[in-house]
Design a protein around this ligand. Structure first.
Ligand code: C5P
Length: 404
């Protein structure tokens, strides 16, 4: 991380929340990485950290009042907001986010945020109920739609004694997000495609066949790759999950849609097929609802095979094939043996094998074995987020190794 941000300028807006103390550590990390930091301390922010400690750490004057005429003469709020490569708001309080979502500009922080054309990264923190309140949900959606980026909040014990989402992301996580947004991630410039979720195969206009895939692992992988700077296209079957920040999502229903969207997303450097694609579809799906008729026997479904997306992409001619193709293998027995056979049969480069005999499908945790040329590597049981981050880092390391 040292010096990875040399020459970059960050404008840090510190809002009024107990987590403001973490922003001091964030300044330290930014400076250590070589970034220049200017800070705006909101009036509420000064209740939690002092201008003196902020300026001691940034090595700069701290900006705090819109109507400070000296500052206006030295550096107006427009210039302050535009001289940075990235604006980071940490802590981003419910109040600051509400102001941003509605275009209010009644202090220096909100005025800079309205006046800027620089990318903005928010690290929200607030009480769980405030985070879950319909007004905050609306504001978050609006801000995402406006192209504002988010890191966190995390789930955990809160200073107010409650538990849930609302804790500010840790300084190291914020640093990782900043690295991505400053274009300095290890996967910056790499195009990656991820498939995720189930596919949904129609029987008739109202009935379909699907499977228990929740999409959580694939979405987490897409998010983790974006955190490392990759340009990620996520081709997702029907799931109710938020698109991870910075990821371009293409929503599909059937295996054939997913195949077409995958081909459309090419060329990419890396393709990761996490989706639980239906092996078969109903051959004679009807356009009219199948009617239940008294005395008539139940209908018989005839199946035909779906395209195998992973095998197709793995076997593309070298020029069109992603340089790294990764498949997933959900198995209930003889994990390594079956997954290794799949790797050879489909001709992908790596297989991530997981035992789905427990509650992996839909659950929060995963325990996987990564199978590569050099053999299997068992990873400990961890959250799907952690599995995703480790896989993203392993991919970044492998690409870097290849470039040597
Ligand atoms: O053949 P099987 O479904 O066990 O292989 C699993 C792997 O193949 C996963 O990576 C899955 O995303 C991919 N797959 C695919 N298209 C299919 C079936 C599986 O891409 N039709």
């Amino acid at each position: 991380m040292t010096n990875s941000m040399n020459g970059k300028q960050v404008l840090l807006i510190i809002g009024g929340g107990i987590a403001a103390y973490k922003s001091l550590e964030l300044i330290r990390l930014l400076r250590k990485a070589g970034a220049g930091v200017k800070a705006i301390l909101t009036r509420a922010g000064t209740e939690f950290v002092t201008p003196l400690s902020v300026s001691a750490l940034t090595g700069e004057k701290v900006y705090s009042d819109l109507f400070d005429l000296t500052d206006e003469a030295e550096m107006g709020h427009i210039q302050l907001s535009r001289s940075a490569d990235l604006i980071v708001v940490a802590p981003a309080t419910a109040d600051l986010m509400a102001k941003m979502a509605n275009g209010l500009a009644n202090d220096l922080a909100s005025t800079c945020l309205l006046a800027t054309d620089t990318p903005v990264l928010l690290s929200p923190t607030m009480n769980v109920r405030m985070w879950q309140h319909a007004a905050t949900r609306r504001n978050v959606e609006t801000l995402r739609g406006d192209g504002i980026h988010f890191v966190g909040p995390n789930e955990g014990d809160m200073a107010c004694g409650e538990f849930g989402p609302g804790r500010m992301a840790e300084p190291a996580e914020i640093m990782q997000a900043i690295t991505t947004h400053l274009g300095n991630g290890p996967l910056t410039g790499k195009k990656v495609l991820v498939t995720a979720g189930p596919t949904c195969e129609p029987i008739d206009p109202v009935r379909y066949l699907a499977n228990r895939s929740s999409g959580k692992q694939g979405f987490a992988i897409a998010g983790a790759l974006a955190e490392l700077g990759a340009d990620v296209t996520l081709i997702a079957g029907p799931v109710h999950l938020d698109t991870p920040p910075g990821v371009a999502r293409v929503s599909v229903e059937t295996a054939r849609d997913m195949m077409a969207a995958t081909e459309q997303a090419l060329p990419v450097d890396v393709a990761i097929f996490v989706a639980a694609v239906a092996d078969w579809r109903v051959a004679d799906a009807t356009n009219q609802k199948i009617k239940k008729q008294k005395g008539a026997p139940p209908p018989t479904l005839t199946f035909c095979e779906n395209p195998d997306i992973l095998a197709t992409i793995s076997q593309l001619p070298k020029k069109a094939r992603p340089s790294l193709v990764i498949g997933f293998a959900a198995e209930t027995e003889n994990l390594i043996e079956h997954a290794t056979a799949k790797l050879q049969r489909k001709k992908c480069d790596w297989i991530v094998a997981n035992d789905v005999s427990g509650d992996v499908m839909g659950g929060e945790d995963n325990q996987v074995i990564l199978i590569r040329q050099q053999g299997p590597e068992s990873w400990p049981q961890m959250s799907k987020q952690q599995t995703a981050r480790r896989l993203a880092q392993t991919i970044a390391d492998a690409l870097q190794e290849n470039q040597k």
